[in-house]
Write a protein that binds this ligand. Structure first.
Ligand code: MN
Length: 733
């Protein structure tokens, strides 16, 4: 295990101004926190965070990152808390440790390519600070180096995840050295046979040609010496995994593979790069069309280098990359180069890419494929904060805009899932459908196959996809309802005139009125686009009275809604509780007639002692179709522009008429209204109530319940009386 002073020395080697006291405190704290724990290998657990820290010293990272590495497993695995770490090490480090802890909780189950891509985006989105990802990648690197200690199944799972997620992510971050190591370690677990066979081919080749690397290196060095360009030459065989991938991609065998040797020429400055290129091309034969100048035209991730391929000894093809020391650092360590220290100060490598730009650039390219440079200039820093990524229970990842709800998630999976959604669980907890989803949550959609979208959802959905699907479903439902209603209207219209209104009559009516189908005709009838009278007149010309009969007297309306009131007595609905169809109602006989109350109305208390006054009432089955009833809602909402409009729109979307709106109170920050609406029945009312409740601007909403109207206990109010009319025998029978 790395000892305390050794770690401090590793940091001081590149950053003599490092905060030694801080590093020492973190070492002691981490060692104590993990004291009782062992790794799978049986070694003390603290060895792991130490090695992770050591990997990051290799990238010459700042104190905060090294300390984060030492503490990265404490919140998750020990008694340490966020608050305690904030206290001891400050906000910056606590947030970094917390970030790593959050990444550790994510797990990808489904490994299809698209899912892996989404998962990488999720990791990026969750790492507001790139250093969180650097620690996570170092953590994974050390876990891969010690993977032998794990059980074989676990080994395979972790290696797969490394290959699919973390190695490409390291590549995306420009950290080629780490990417290669991760790939090769994973390759060894996932396909040991392939790796061994490639290693064997290397051995065989070396036997045939001798070790070519020193020979090629000497040839390049000599060429550089000739022109007097000082440079370091580094040569190597490519990693087995990158060889294997090339063989796979190009579907060729090892013997057909060129470029198994890679060389790097590291110069002091840019002119030397071009001088070195000239020297190499003079001394060795060039493979045509392999020259690339990424110095005058750097890649968008900041990569700069000259590439060329030449023929080396024994007909080998040799790939050569020529660049300066700073360019080399960026090429190897990518985004980490931004933090790298040199002689006690941030090295401020001129070629390092700003990590914020790097990340946003990265997310952008992952979204849209490669884009021209000008486009990247406009990329906003916080762009990936506009998105959330959530999991299905199976582990699929879906990216949604911020503010998305389970409804959006359901429609993102499939329209069928969205249409039949009735509820949702987020991280195992039942939540309302208007809940806003957060990054990394797992979302389970609860469905009932026969269920249909509610109009209320329009306000809960944040994605165009969900909104379009909901609108479509609502239109379908509405049409069905119109057709049903239209059929009833047609039946009544013919019946009233004692005419045959069978299918033949409807077919003829549809044709004469220019509808393509009977269904179209009925939908138009139901939507009140045409009247029953027009239909009858079209089918039986001359048989219909010229004038539509006068609308029925409104005075008999209450009796048409409620059955059981004694005939001949004036009847009215009580104003204190405003009963609506579907609620249990009871009639109270007073000196002036019968008044209907809700069964839970406070006014009934006054009549408890007089059972003779009570009359059993029930709603007409068609009460809802007959127009429903009006009732009031008390709404408290934020006093802000557009609030009232939003409430009115929402009620309108529910096809309820607003009869009146009055202000009960208006304060600087809230506004209390009483809204009187006509609703079909209690279900309609509760849909409106819950839709209002779902609005962010609405803080409270409830049915208006007036205190018992004691002064009027003896009878209905005057205006109510005026409405009451003679009973209609046919309906109250
Ligand atoms: Mn760890």
């Amino acid at each position: 295990m790395i000892r305390q002073f050794e770690l401090v020395e590793m940091v001081r080697a590149y950053n003599p101004n490092a905060d030694e006291a801080l590093l020492n405190r973190a070492y002691v704290y981490g060692a104590r926190a993990h004291a009782a724990q062992k790794r799978a290998s049986g070694e003390p657990y603290f060895g792991h965070p130490l090695e992770v820290a050591a990997i990051l010293t290799g990238l010459k990272l700042d104190d905060a990152t090294i300390v984060t590495a030492l503490l990265h497993d404490t919140i998750e695995d020990t008694a340490a808390t966020y608050a305690e770490i904030t206290d001891l090490f400050g906000q910056e480090i606590a947030e970094l440790v917390d970030g790593v802890t959050k990444l550790n909780k994510l797990e990808l189950v489904n490994r299809e390519a698209e899912q892996a891509e989404n998962f990488r985006k999720l990791l990026l989105a969750m790492s507001r600070d790139v250093r969180v990802l650097l620690v996570k990648l170092a953590d994974r690197t050390h876990n891969m180096r010690t993977i032998e200690a794990l059980r074989p199944e676990k080994r395979a799972r972790i290696a797969r995840e490394t290959m699919d997620i973390f190695a490409p992510l390291a590549g995306r971050m420009g950290m080629q050295r780490m990417r290669e190591e991760l790939e090769d370690l994973a390759f060894e677990v996932l396909n040991p046979e392939a790796r061994t066979s490639i290693m064997r081919r290397f051995l065989k080749l070396r036997k045939e040609t001798g070790d070519l690397i020193p020979r090629i290196k000497a040839a390049i060095e000599e060429a550089l010496y000739e022109v007097g360009v000082p440079a370091d030459v580094i040569g190597r065989e490519k990693k087995p995994y990158s060889i294997w991938r090339k063989m796979e991609e190009k579907r060729i065998g090892f013997s057909q593979l060129s470029d198994i040797y890679g060389f790097r020429v590291i110069t002091r400055d840019i002119p030397s790069c071009y001088a070195a290129l000239g020297a190499v091309h003079t001394a060795m034969r060039v493979v045509p069309e392999r020259m690339k100048d990424y110095i005058s035209g750097p890649k968008s991730n900041g990569y700069r280098s000259l590439h060329t391929t030449v023929y080396g000894p024994a007909a080998s093809r040799v790939e050569i990359q020529i660049r300066t020391r700073e360019m080399h650092e960026v090429a190897e360590t990518g985004v980490a180069a931004h933090w790298a220290y040199k002689e006690g100060r941030r090295s401020e490598n001129p070629f390092a890419v700003d990590p914020f730009r790097w990340l946003s650039d990265l997310v952008e390219r992952m979204e849209k494929g490669d884009q021209p440079k000008e486009f990247l200039e406009q990329v906003k820093l916080d762009m990936f904060h506009d998105q959330v990524f959530c999991f299905t229970p199976k582990g699929d990842v879906y990216g949604l805009p911020r503010g998305a709800t389970p409804i959006d998630f359901a429609y993102a999976i499939h329209t069928r899932i969205g249409d039949s959604c009735v509820g949702a669980k987020v991280d195992g907890q039942r939540v309302p459908l208007w809940t806003r989803l957060r990054n990394g949550q797992s979302v389970e959609i609860i469905r009932v196959e026969s269920s249909r979208p509610s109009p209320v959802w329009m306000d809960m959905a944040a994605t165009g996809r969900a909104r379009a699907a909901i609108r479509r479903a609502l239109r379908e439902d509405e049409r069905e309802e119109h057709v049903r209603l239209g059929r009833e209207i047609a039946r009544l219209a013919f019946e009233r005139r004692k005419l045959d209104g069978g299918e033949k009559a409807l077919v003829s009516g549809a044709r004469k009125l220019g509808f393509g189908s009977v269904e179209g005709l009925l939908a138009a009838l139901g939507a009140a686009e045409i009247t029953g009278r027009r239909l009858v007149a079209a089918v039986y010309p001359g048989m219909v009275e010229s004038e539509e009969p006068a609308p029925e007297d409104a005075s008999d309306r209450p009796h048409r809604l409620v059955l059981g009131a004694p005939p001949g007595l004036p009847f009215a609905f009580a104003e204190c509780c405003e009963p609506i169809p579907g609620e249990r109602v009871v009639g109270i006989r007073t000196g002036r007639g019968v008044e209907a109350h809700c069964i839970d109305c406070a006014a009934l208390v006054a009549h408890e002692e007089h059972p003779e006054r009570w009359v059993d009432l029930r709603w007409d089955e068609d009460a809802a179709q007959l127009g429903g009833r009006s009732a009031s809602i008390d709404v408290t909402l934020a006093n802000q522009a557009g609030a009232l409009g939003a409430v009115a729109t929402l009620i309108g979307e529910h096809r309820a008429n607003i009869e009146n709106i009055s202000t009960l109170a208006r304060m600087p920050d809230f506004w209390r209204l009483r809204v009187s609406v006509t609703v079909r029945d209690v279900k309609h009312m509760s849909a409106i109530l819950s839709a209002l409740e779902a609005q962010a601007i609405v803080t409270d909403v409830r049915r208006t319940r007036l205190p018992a109207p004691l002064p009027k206990a003896e009878g209905p109010k005057a205006d109510v009386k005026a409405e009451a009319g003679p009973a209609r025998r046919d309906l109250s029978a």
